[in-house]
Every structure is written in C-alpha cells, then in structure tokens.
Write a protein that binds this ligand. Structure first.
Ligand SMILES: [Fe+2]
Ligand SMILES: [Fe+2]
Length: 263
C-alpha cells in the first residue's frame, strides 16, 4: 500500500496547490490512500465544514488536525452533530486523541481502502503546547483497540525531541509516525529499524514566503513591537509538502519513506 501524507494545508494558497498537484502526485507515486492535516485550511486558522467538503472532493481520505481544530466554532457543532452517524463523512475528520475525552470528535479513524484495513491516529505533543493527556500511553491504548496492520500516526507537536521519542516508542508497532505542526519540513525521513517510517515534520502545504504561512511583515512586526495584530495568510512561493510511505499491507511495516516538496 502506498500512502500520501500531506502536511498542514495553509489557507487558500495551500488548498489551491493541493487541488492542482494532487492528481499528478497520485498518478506518479501510485497512491492508494491520502491523508492530510487540515488544521490551517481556513485562512491559516482552523477548518470549516465547507472546507472539509472541498478537501474530500479532492480525493483526500482522512483529514487530521491539531491545536487549531476549534478556531472556527462551527467545528464543535459539526463534530458534535455527527456523533450519531458512525459512517458519516465527519468521522473521517480527526482531532488529537489525547484531548479531554468529553470533547467532541474522534482521534482515530479505522477504514478500508482497496480492501486493506488501515487506521489513522492523531495525537498532540505536550512540550510548548497546551496540556493534554499523555500521547504515549494513549497511543498504546488506541493500538490495542484497532486490528488494522497499516497504522499511520500524525503526531502534531512542537518539540523535535518529543516527536523523535514518539517515533522510537512506536517503532515496529505502526507503519508511520509523521510529524506536523511546525510547518517547517525536516530532512530526517527514514525507516526506523523496526519498520516504522518516520519524519519529524512533513512541512506545511502553503506559502513559503512567510513566517510559517503568515505574511512575514505581520510576524516580524509582532516580534518588533508586540502589539496586537491580525495575522493574514501570505500568498507567495506556494509549495506542497508531503511524504510518500510505501508499506507491506499484510504486516503493516514500511518499506520506504520519501519526502516531497513541489512548487
Ligand atoms: Fe499547522
Ligand atoms: Fe498546529
């Protein structure tokens, strides 16, 4: 099975490049399953039901998120109202699993693509981020719950150390641990000895003439004078960042991981 994981889609520039480049990537890399982090799809801050629709129409199978998941309040209603529908589209939109249990939404999705069972887990780190439940022990718990051999983890975290630790912790137990959130791609993709594909951060899909997606002048100004500022998405140097993981679907182990950056 070949899986494409697309990093944080940032605003309209990110959505547009994903829409334009996805069909070619799917064809060139013989992709079976597409996962994307969509937490910044709405002008950099959150995601909405209509943008979810837009991303699913592009062919994305599962959308993960992170700390920006509730930036648009309608997401609370959307995930809450879909609770009763276990087969609905909203079920394929994840928020980190280690958020408080009573919060709307789900942190794991189990599906089938081309007859192959897979699971996607969304977890968030705790270093330099809001406090949440332990993502390591929650990963153990979720892995007990799923029977899928192909398991992809989006670890949405800030600290490289925490992400690398998660990679080693889950090595040999999941297909891939893919880091998101920093919006800066790292050059450390590899298959760990136990057969888990790993990258510290896949990078965002959005405008790179920016500070992690936002117009650079606004962020530089914020650092200089620390006054309140309304962040707006940048528009220039738009790139799509992703990884392609090739795995043996019977055992779920990764054979290779390839980092992509297309402009
Ligand atoms: Fe993000
Ligand atoms: Fe984030």
């Amino acid at each position: 099975m070949r899986i494409l994981f697309i990093g944080d889609i940032f605003g309209r520039p990110g959505r547009t490049i994903v829409k334009d480049r996805l069909p070619g990537l799917v064809q060139d890399h013989h992709i079976d399953l597409i996962i994307a982090n969509g937490e910044n799809a709405a002008a950099g801050f959150g995601i909405t039901p209509s943008l979810i629709e837009e991303l699913f129409e592009m062919g994305i199978d599962v959308i993960t998120t992170g700390n920006h998941v509730w930036d648009k309040r309608e997401m609370l209603d959307y995930l809450e109202s879909e609770k009763a529908n276990p087969h609905g589209q909203a079920r394929r939109v994840l928020r980190p699993a280690n958020y408080p249990p009573a919060m709307p939404g789900w942190g794991m999705f189990e599906g089938k693509k081309q007859g192959i069972a897979y699971a996607v887990l969304n977890l968030q780190g705790r270093i330099f981020m809001g406090s949440n439940d332990d993502p390591f022990r929650l990963a153990d718990q979720l892995l007990k719950e799923t029977k899928a051999k192909v398991v992809i983890v989006d670890f949405h975290a800030e600290a490289t150390s925490e992400k690398m630790a998660m990679g080693w912790y889950l090595d040999g137990r999941v297909t891939a641990v893919i880091g998101t959130h920093t919006h800066v791609p790292t050059a450390d993709e590899r298959v760990l000895p136990g057969g888990t594909a790993y990258i510290t951060d896949v990078g965002m899909s959005g405008p790179y003439q920016s500070v992690i997606g936002v117009k650079k002048e606004l962020v530089v100004g914020k650092f200089l004078n620390n006054l309140p500022v309304r962040f707006e998405p940048a528009t220039e140097d738009v790139r799509l960042c992703a990884v392609v993981v090739d795995c043996d679907e019977t055992g779920g182990r990764a054979r290779s991981v390839q980092r992509l950056m297309v402009g």
